[in-house]
Design a protein around this ligand. Structure first.
Ligand SMILES: NC(=O)c1ccc[n+]([C@@H]2O[C@H](COP(=O)([O-])OP(=O)(O)OC[C@H]3O[C@@H](n4cnc5c(N)ncnc54)[C@H](O)[C@@H]3O)[C@@H](O)[C@H]2O)c1
Ligand SMILES: [Zn+2]
Length: 346
């Protein structure tokens, strides 16, 4: 059964359909007027199930998420004679959806568009919130805009071809959503981690649905990230720094980042030690690291450079229980003192 979640955005409404199939994509758009944007991996595995539309295939991977690719897409759209009645469908993970959303929102000052999310990460995270954009000169997502897709199809069957590393990236965000907002979901993860890892359809459906609901509730209250939406950055202040310095996958970096943030939460008196142990256990159960080896000074330096930093202090997300979180300002210097728990110096 398809479960839908409606999201209200100032730039329009969006509907996320969990359990809908790529095979039904043609029901949601004008097939003759649609251009599909996808990457070559997804085309290889699932291209046979695409509706009969024109297709732009980009190279897979984060390195493609730049303005050169956007230009290439614009040029193809010109060749195709796209006009204001045309439709763009992004079929892929976060990279494809971020680029497709950006290209669709800017070409001819904005075309209608929708997505089929093909990775666990894009289903539970990138599918909600209306953010899109590309990287520039080493800065992630620095060029882009808020603009809602009309729909997002989360086809759970597509996940069967996804590499394990990519699945872990998605589980990292699901753990994050549970940790900041939903103790019931956290307990469900603890009880069902083996089935989740083997992609048991019922378990995955519940995880994706609950995650989308949590993110959409937070985003609908704070679309432009002024307050509550910051909670979605839990584990990401340190996580982005680890990802950048060590070149490890996002989910691994966020796993260790959540541990660093959890430890800080204990030290600040927000979280109990036994709750912190639960967090560590779940991160480990999903195959994500709770410790890393790297240079502490580099981590702090990377945090200072992060585009979301505000002067010498930043908004940091603390856990105040399992399923509860608070945001407080903290001087960047203070973060350094607590890094020891996740980082052993090189
Ligand atoms: N817009 C947002 O709110 C938001 C939120 C989170 C992340 N993001 C962005 O999302 C990106 C990461 O997304 P991602 O993790 O989905 O990465 P991705 O899009 O690069 O996909 C990961 C890999 O899996 C392959 N793949 C995708 N679907 C597949 C399938 N069904 N079977 C086999 N292989 C498949 C891709 O070709 C790629 O090699 C980052 O650029 C990040 O900035 C955006
Ligand atoms: Zn993330």
């Amino acid at each position: 059964m398809v479960k839908t979640i409606k999201i209200k955005g100032s730039e329009g409404d969006s509907v996320v359909m969990v359990g809908e199939s790529l095979l039904n994509l043609g029901r949601y758009l004008p097939v003759e007027k649609t251009v599909i944007i996808t990457d070559k991996n997804i085309w290889h595995f699932h291209g046979k199930d695409f509706p009969p539309c024109r297709v732009i295939k980009i190279e897979p991977g984060e390195n493609t998420k730049n303005l050169d690719t956007v230009r290439h897409i614009y040029e193809r759209l010109l060749e195709f004679g796209v006009d204001r009645s045309s439709y763009i469908a992004g079929i892929g993970g976060g990279v494809v959806c971020d680029i497709a959303g950006f290209a669709a929102s800017t070409f001819l000052r904005g075309l209608r568009f929708g997505f089929v999310s093909s990775t666990l990460l894009s289903q539970v995270d990138a599918s909600v919130g209306g953010k899109n954009g590309v990287n520039l000169d080493g800065y992630k997502n620095i060029v882009g805009l808020f603009s809602q897709p009309e729909f997002v199809i989360c086809d759970l069957n597509l996940l069967s071809t996804l590499p394990a590393k990519e699945l872990r990236n998605g589980f990292g965000e699901i753990i994050k959503h549970a940790a900041i907002r939903d103790e019931g979901l956290f307990t469900f993860l603890e009880e069902n981690y083996e089935k989740a890892l083997s992609l048991d359809p019922e378990i995955i459906e519940r995880l994706v649905y609950n995650s989308v609901r949590i993110k959409s509730e937070i985003v609908s209250r704070d679309e432009k990230e002024k307050g509550e939406r910051r909670k979605l950055n839990f584990g990401h202040t340190f996580g982005h720094a680890f990802e950048k310095i060590l070149g490890i996958p996002h989910g691994e970096a966020v796993g260790a980042g959540m541990i660093a943030a959890g430890y800080l939460s204990v030290k600040k008196g927000f979280l109990r030690q036994e709750e912190f142990e639960r967090l560590k256990r779940i991160v480990r159960l999903f195959g994500l690291p709770v410790e890393l080896t790297c240079d502490r000074a580099k981590v702090i330096d990377a945090i200072r450079r992060d585009k979301k930093r505000e002067d010498a202090s930043l908004h940091f997300v603390f856990l105040s229980g399992i399923g509860a979180s608070v945001v407080r300002e903290i001087p960047v210097n203070e973060l350094e003192k607590f890094l020891g728990v996740v980082i052993s110096d090189q």
